[in-house]
Design a protein around this ligand. Structure first.
Ligand code: M6R
Length: 605
């Protein structure tokens, strides 16, 4: 979603704000803007539609002096991506930047209209600036006016306020959306995440839900949701872990795909010692009667794969749901169940809300997250890091396979705890899992073949993906990847479901990608493939050498994955899903790392 940065500095802040926004651009890239207070106390702003480069260009021609400033990169929720809707929003003596949604903005606007105050933009955000300016016009000081406005707001938000004539003051507030404060030497910072603040400081304070903070260069004072002053701890972050570069690759996504053998190896080193699984205290599956997995997008699909593992390996009933449905369905939960929230960012609003719903209703909550300092990590009973390292590309790749690896470990622990596999069985499955990094390294060699096939997919209007068993959610992931990166319509189906309707879509123009490892389900999937070919459908078969040999003639193209990995083969099959989407996007010339309309971290409902 939107990214926020604020600096009370000792140098000109505009270039620093823009640099920090570059590190936040993954949160949204519809428009960007900065506001500063200069040496004379003048509050001014610059805004530009589109990528950050447009704001940088504007600042070259229209510089913005000042050593105090706020900045914003926007993912539009209310109002189109226009300059007038871009942040910061300024009214009178206040400018604000916002991440989240002010749910009662219509009511707030109506009351402003009664006062004769009209907004300039279509955004929910501007009402915050208008009300704060109004309170100041009524005689309140900046802190009092900001507090009065905050008490009027409903919804989820992170906000930063900057004031005319106040070069040493910034106010921050957090309800739902994340916000971190950075401590410098006679400088203070705030940002949507620690990654944005890493170039400035390694000392970070995370605001808690409902907090607001008053920052000056001398330090920060924080008040909690009840309005009581509180001390929030200062944590040291590992700045090295926040280094962001493409490592010689053309796109972050290419780099992140290529990193998978190494990061999956890191996951296994962390969670597996010899033939033992090492998990935090309290993760005991003996007394559990169910696992509920929740996530959004790719994280949801990782959970969907794990459902097969929990049920088949551990005999443990497992529910999987998209977080946005789960949270409002009021599902009955067993107090003997385990709830697992799967999320790369650990910030996704729906997944966080689902976790909050589950707390107190289940035996234990687990946050399976890539960002260890995130809200989902902090609000879960147990946080399990997925150790993928920073994932910059909006399309998830290595985070997905790392989620699968951790979920695989969890499912094996469940199987062993519940007596479904003995020590020897566990050792055999762990051997399969430990083979995965090397197999992934071989799978990466498919990049050239995927580029060749992408030339075909790039011409298509629709593409179907078919898979069976645990490969079905991988087919769904393949379709999701292709949609988000290349804007080609794609759908994933369970192979056996095709004949119940979707087969009507088949003609010679619709490529059908079939995922069929040579396993117990192979013959069934190949029968479904034949049904497609009998209707002139053109098949791209992804299998192993034995599967490709057994599939017979008639397929248009094949991609051969190495054999191995046992039940954890879905991790390998993710690679061609990623490369097909990646190369199709490159062939079509779409923006691979920042596809249109998307954001890396979705902190609104
Ligand atoms: O940060 P999260 O894992 O909670 O994000 C969930 C989804 O928004 C995310 O997986 C999204 O679907 C990706 N863009 C897919 O590539």
């Amino acid at each position: 979603m939107c990214g926020i940065i604020g600096i009370l500095g000792s140098h000109e802040v505009s270039p620093l704000l823009v640099d920090a926004l570059k590190r936040l651009e993954y949160r949204g890239y519809d428009s960007a803007g900065v506001a500063t207070v200069d040496a004379s106390g003048r509050l001014d702003r610059r805004r530009a539609v589109g990528k950050l480069i447009n704001l940088s260009d504007r600042l070259v021609h229209q510089p913005l002096p000042g050593q105090a400033g706020i900045g914003h990169t926007r993912w539009a929720t209310h109002g189109a991506a226009t300059e007038v809707n871009a942040h910061p929003h300024q009214s009178g003596r206040v400018a604000i930047v916002h991440n989240g949604i002010i749910e009662n903005f219509r009511e707030l606007r109506a009351r402003l209209a009664d006062l004769g105050i009209q907004p300039q933009s279509q955004t929910d955000t501007e009402t915050v600036a208008l009300w704060t300016a109004h309170h100041m016009d009524q005689g309140m000081g900046p802190v009092e006016a900001a507090r009065a406005t905050l008490s009027q707001l409903h919804g989820a938000f992170a906000l930063a306020f900057l004031f005319e004539g106040e070069g040493d003051l910034m106010i921050a507030a957090r309800r739902g959306s994340p916000l971190a404060i950075g401590h410098g030497k006679n400088e203070m910072f705030l940002g949507s995440d620690a990654v944005a603040l890493a170039p400035f400081t390694d000392r970070i304070t995370y605001l808690e839900d409902g907090d607001h903070a008053v920052l000056t260069r001398a330090g920060v004072q924080v008040w909690d949701a009840a309005g009581q002053p509180v001390d929030r701890p200062v944590a040291r972050i590992d700045v090295g872990a926040t280094i962001i570069d493409r490592g010689g690759h053309r796109h972050f996504m290419a780099k992140e795909i290529a990193e998978q053998p190494v990061v999956i190896g890191d996951v296994l080193n962390h969670y597996v010692k010899g033939d033992r699984i090492v998990l935090p205290e309290g993760l005991d599956f003996v007394a559990l009667d169910r696992v509920t997995l929740v996530g959004c997008g790719t994280a949801h699909l990782a959970g969907h794969v794990a459902k097969y593992w929990f049920e088949q390996l551990a005999g443990l009933p497992c529910d999987i749901d998209v977080a946005s449905e789960f949270r409002y369905r009021e599902p009955p939960l067993s107090d003997r169940s385990l709830f697992v929230a799967v999320s790369q960012s650990g910030e996704t609003a729906d997944t966080l809300a689902a976790l909050h719903y589950a707390r107190g209703r289940v035996a234990r909550t687990v946050g399976l997250v890539n960002v260890g300092t995130s809200a989902i990590a902090r609000d879960s009973d147990t946080a399990l890091p997925t150790l993928a390292g920073i994932e910059v590309s909006v399309a998830s790749s290595k985070a997905f396979t790392c989620q699968l690896a951790v979920l695989g470990v969890l499912a094996l622990k469940a199987a062993h705890d519940r007596g479904r596999i003995d020590g020897a069985g566990l050792a055999a499955h762990l051997r399969d899992l430990r083979a995965v990094p090397a197999l992934l390294a071989q799978a990466l060699a498919l990049t050239d073949d995927c580029r060749t096939q992408a030339a075909w997919l790039a011409q298509a209007r629709d593409v179907l993906y078919l898979g069976r068993g645990a490969l079905y959610p991988v087919a769904l992931e393949g379709a999701l990847k292709l949609k988000e990166l290349s804007y080609i319509h794609a759908e994933g189906y369970a192979s056996g479901e095709l004949k119940h309707g979707p087969i009507a879509l088949i003609d010679g123009d619709v490529p059908v990608v079939v995922l069929a490892p040579h396993d117990a389900l192979f013959d069934k999937t190949i029968s479904n493939m034949q049904e497609v070919m009998a209707r002139n459908g053109r098949i791209l078969l992804i299998s192993d050498a034995a599967g490709i040999a057994a599939a017979g003639d008639g397929v248009t193209a094949t991609l051969a994955l190495p054999t191995g990995g046992g039940v954890f083969q879905p991790i390998l099959y993710a690679v061609p899903m990623q490369y097909l989407a990646y190369h199709t996007a490159v062939a079509k010339g779409t923006d691979v790392d920042q596809p249109r309309n998307l954001a890396k971290s979705v902190t609104v409902e």
